[in-house]
Design a protein around this ligand. Structure first.
Ligand code: S3P
Length: 422
């Protein structure tokens, strides 16, 4: 049964977080249109309000008033980041440089995720930060920071963002972060868009201390990482043709489209706007059986969140697919490398791990186990829904209720694309 039709997923999660969290450092007010209503972004919004930020729903969007670093003093803020790695990492960078006492914590999954990678460079800047054995809860005493030049060991946009955001409050000179590979560029682009001074030269990013000024309004483009589920499924479900509208199309986020093309899918892009981020409509059409491909390590950050669904595509493709050096998957909401291997393996797929490389050999016809287990990992849960759809089978998926963490309208969009089928 093909997937056919058009859909628009929620606003981009990475941009939505930044619009809310950057407002802590900003003056003025702004109408944010199309903000994601996923649980992760709602966690950022709740924290913004708890810190004294004002945000009100109105016709057409959410009006946000910048806090201009004026967080009311005198209490220790207990800030619950729920399941959201982006919230806790970016907020740590922001709050390290804003006077006050903060404790950042999250749910059981977030409490297993590393925070020292962020705390360590911030301490080099003079920040007072404690972690619990390297993980949340994170205690921050915000205050004056010094600039730093930091060479990243991990490819992580959250880490890059945290250091740059601390650098934006560090008086006395510019802060530079040098990346290992290109990761998503939203922190640099949005700091610049809202009046900050940021210079980027390939992997080197320098930020100068300053204050942001919100714009009159901001149109949040739709999330390519959510769109990826149905676009990728269209590439491997015979007869499918799916269009995702108004999608954020920055290079650092659309590696999955280049991989789908290499595997043999038809991918058509119509650009609709370019500032402050490229946006357009994307159509993916089934073109026959896909072929396996190799994803080199320097392309991994551009598709890091799409690996579960691309791995599913690889089980339907002829030959071997390899994702090189995907160790960052081990520290996502679950150990995603193991979850992919176990769950696609439970469906009968040939999936194995060599060192930090993920190998998949297809095509496989799936066997349906009595149940599947997403481990409450939203991206794995959506991948498993589409695996069952492709197999034309049903079985319970444990932890499917985690899907709204990133994509609350996933089932609605799925039924739209099924209802629309010809
Ligand atoms: C994000 C960066 C990525 C990604 C996450 C969102 C961001 O994490 O997996 O979903 O908004 O900066 P890492 O940069 O840690 O890989």
């Amino acid at each position: 049964m093909p997937l056919i039709g058009k859909f628009t997923p929620p606003g981009d999660k990475s941009i939505s977080h930044r619009l809310i969290l950057f407002s802590i450092l900003a003056q003025g007010e702004m109408l944010v249109k199309g903000l994601s209503n996923c649980e992760d972004v709602l966690a950022s919004l709740k924290i913004f309000r708890q810190l004294g930020g004002r945000a009100e729903e109105e016709r057409g969007g959410l009006r946000v008033w910048g806090l201009d670093r004026k967080i009311p003093e005198g209490e220790v803020y207990d800030l619950y980041c729920a399941n959201s790695g982006t919230t806790i990492r970016l907020l740590t960078g922001i709050l390290a440089g804003v006077k006050g006492e903060y404790v950042l914590d999250g749910d059981a999954q977030l409490r297993r995720r590393p925070m020292e990678r962020v705390a360590e460079p911030l301490r080099q800047m003079g920040a007072k930060i404690e972690t619990l054995a390297g993980k949340p809860p994170v205690k921050i005493t915000g205050g004056a920071l010094n600039p730093v030049e930091y060479l990243m060991r991990e490819s992580s946009a959250q880490l890059k963002g945290a250091v740059l955001l601390a650098g934006f409050s560090a008086a006395g000179g510019p802060t530079t972060v040098v990346e290992k590979d290109h990761t998503r560029t939203h922190t640099e682009r949005l700091l610049d868009y809202f009046g900050g001074r940021v210079e980027s030269d390939r992997l080197r990013h320098t930020v100068y201390p300053g204050t942001l000024a919100l714009k009159e309004s901001f149109d949040t483009p739709a999330d390519p990482s959510s769109a990826a589920f149905f676009l990728t499924a269209a590439a491997f479900i015979p007869g499918s043709s799916v269009t995702a509208e108004n999608i954020l199309l920055s290079q650092a986020r659309t590696g999955f489209l280049r991989v789908l093309e290499r595997m043999g899918a038809s991918v058509r892009i119509t650009m609709t706007s370019d500032t402050p981020e490229p946006v357009g409509d994307v159509t993916v059409e089934y073109q026959g059986e896909l072929s396996g491909t190799e994803v080199p390590s320097d392309q991994v950050p551009s598709l890091i969140d799409e690996i579960p669904i691309l791995a599913l595509a690889a089980t339907r493709a002829g030959g071997e697919t390899v994702f090189r050096q995907v160790d960052e998957l081990r520290i996502k909401e679950t150990d995603r490398l193991m979850s992919i291997r176990h769950q696609l393996g439970a469906l009968g797929a040939r999936v194995w791990i060599e060192g930090d490389d993920l190998h998949i050999e297809g095509p496989t016809s799936f066997i349906i186990p009595p149940s599947l287990d997403s481990g409450k990992d939203h991206r794995l849960a959506m991948t498993l829904v589409l695996a069952l759809l492709a197999a034309g089978a049903r079985t319970p998926i444990l932890g499917e209720e985690s899907i709204p963490v990133s994509y609350p309208t996933f089932h609605k969009d799925l039924s739209l694309l099924w209802r629309d089928r010809g």
